[in-house]
Write a protein that binds this ligand. Structure first.
Ligand SMILES: *Cc1c(COP(=O)(O)O)cnc(C)c1O
Length: 459
């Protein structure tokens, strides 16, 4: 035994609090607006959708929020997660950089998403809610919530985008195994679904339609609430357990803070989870840490979008949120990283990007799969297509460090494994993946349709 590879923590070292970045932000996030009146919305408007404790967390500016004992207990089913030193990848890249990755793919559903699903199921159960509805596209979020609902004795009703329901039967079966009901969307069960089916009986569905169905079902029943797996402040909050563990693990490895932390970016939850606890050191102590969010070049809201109020869904039903967005009508190319095909970004990460606290990079799909295969061949783990964006950015950093002759410390989030995504790897091996050239005129066209409120230049 020469080099230490895995840095682990005991269950007793699971953090006791989540970290709330809102307490340290140079500019606090702007409030969500009522889409009708365009006035800031109060908690009462959200009460039919979420339990009160989650609504409180959504607007809290308390720096540390205690993790309930039963949530920490459920976290021990797979946490703490290991931090790996990527010795083999470093050798393969011949870089002087020291590369670390936090592996979230060892959770029961295979990604970071149970970190918030468990917390959300707990608060719903605590308030006496009996059923949670949600939507899922590729199935990562639906599986995480199905698992979490089972842990807290809740019913779970998942509206799964029709085309994914047909193409990803194993994700559906995972949800069924954990006791969830999975309904292909659009469905006959809701007004929203029936309306779509009347016009297009063969509709492949969309995340926007599935959201409408899940929300309609939650609002219609007193004992039912709705749940989201990304974007919202409370979801990002719950994920901060990742970065807090990583800080302890780097200390154990004898490292100072990393030069750069990197994570893939869909709505912002796994990026926030890893990066926010490091930003606490940056914002409160002036630590020099770069935080890089990695988005697909085909869905570049952070690098080519606008900072503006926009809807969270494609249909325009949700409150208006302040975000970097490509416009809620933007339809990204059908890349394999389904979890990153979202038009907008969460309010907290958007404001931090606006203020220059974090950075963003857009990476082409081809580069991400090259990186994923390099990683799998060196380190063994096969990353999810989403996670490959973080791997690719880490490899870019490692190559830069080599050119500069610097032993910089690089940390990235390996947010999920790719065991259900091997068809995507097949396409890559078959040479079917193309570079996506997203023209400025496509972006301009989607943005031109936006008639939502602008954000004053001063913010
Ligand atoms: C859902 C998902 C993402 C994207 O969502 P974020 O909220 O940005 O983290 C990324 N990777 C995996 C594996 C996912 O399941």
């Amino acid at each position: 035994m020469t080099k230490q590879r895995k840095i682990t923590l005991s269950e007793a070292e699971i953090p006791t609090h989540w970290y709330n970045v809102a307490a340290d932000m140079p500019t606090p996030p702007l409030p969500p607006l009522n889409p009708g009146t365009r006035e800031p919305i109060g908690p009462e408007m959200l009460a039919p959708l979420f339990p009160m404790k989650l609504i409180e967390q959504e607007v809290s500016v308390e720096r540390f929020i205690e993790i309930p004992e039963r949530v920490r207990e459920a976290y021990t089913l797979w946490r703490p997660t290991p931090l790996f030193r990527a010795h083999n990848l470093e050798r393969a890249l011949d870089t002087p950089a020291r590369i670390y990755y936090k592996y979230e793919g060892g959770s029961p559903s295979g990604s970071h998403k149970p970190n918030t699903a468990i917390a959300q199921a707990y608060y719903n159960a605590e308030q006496g809610v009996t059923k949670i509805t949600t939507e899922t596209g590729a199935g990562q979020w639906g599986s995480a919530l199905a698992f979490a609902c089972q842990m807290f004795g809740l019913e779970c009703e998942v509206y799964m985008v029709r085309i994914s329901y047909d193409q990803k039967p194993y994700r559906k079966l995972m949800m069924n195994t954990w006791g969830a009901e999975v309904i292909p969307s659009p469905s006959e069960r809701t007004q929203a679904g029936r309306k779509i089916l009347a016009e297009a009986p063969d509709s492949p569905g969309s995340l926007g339609i599935a959201i409408s169905e899940a929300v309609e079902r939650a609002v219609a029943d007193e004992g039912t609430r709705y749940s989201l797996g990304s974007v919202l402040n409370h979801v990002l909050l719950h994920q901060t357990i990742i970065g807090q563990e990583a800080i302890k693990q780097l200390e154990k490895a004898g490292e100072d803070l990393p030069a750069v932390v990197i994570a893939p970016f869909g709505g912002g939850s796994n990026f926030a989870g890893l990066a926010f606890p490091f930003l606490h050191r940056k914002l409160s102590e002036g630590a020099k840490i770069r935080a890089i969010a990695c988005e697909p070049a085909s869905c570049p809201k952070l690098t080519r979008g606008v900072f503006r109020y926009d809807f969270g869904d494609a249909v325009g039903m949700t409150p208006l949120l302040p975000m970097y967005t490509l416009g809620h009508t933007f339809v990204p190319a059908k890349i394999h990283a389904g979890g990153l095909r979202y038009h907008g970004a969460g309010a907290l990460v958007s404001q931090l990007l606006r203020d220059g606290v974090i950075e963003a990079q857009a990476i082409d799909q081809l580069e991400t799969f090259e990186a994923g295969v390099t990683f799998a061949r060196a380190e063994g783990i096969i990353p999810a297509p989403e996670a490959n964006h973080g791997v690719a950015a880490a490899i870019r950093q490692a190559n830069e460090a080599k050119e500069a002759g610097e032993a910089r410390v690089i940390l990235f989030n390996l947010c999920g494994h790719g065991h259900f995504d091997m068809a995507a790897y097949q396409d890559y091996f078959d040479g079917k993946l193309q570079k996506h050239a997203l023209s400025q005129s496509d972006i301009d066209a989607a943005l031109a349709k936006l008639d939502t409120p602008k954000i004053p230049a001063a913010v």
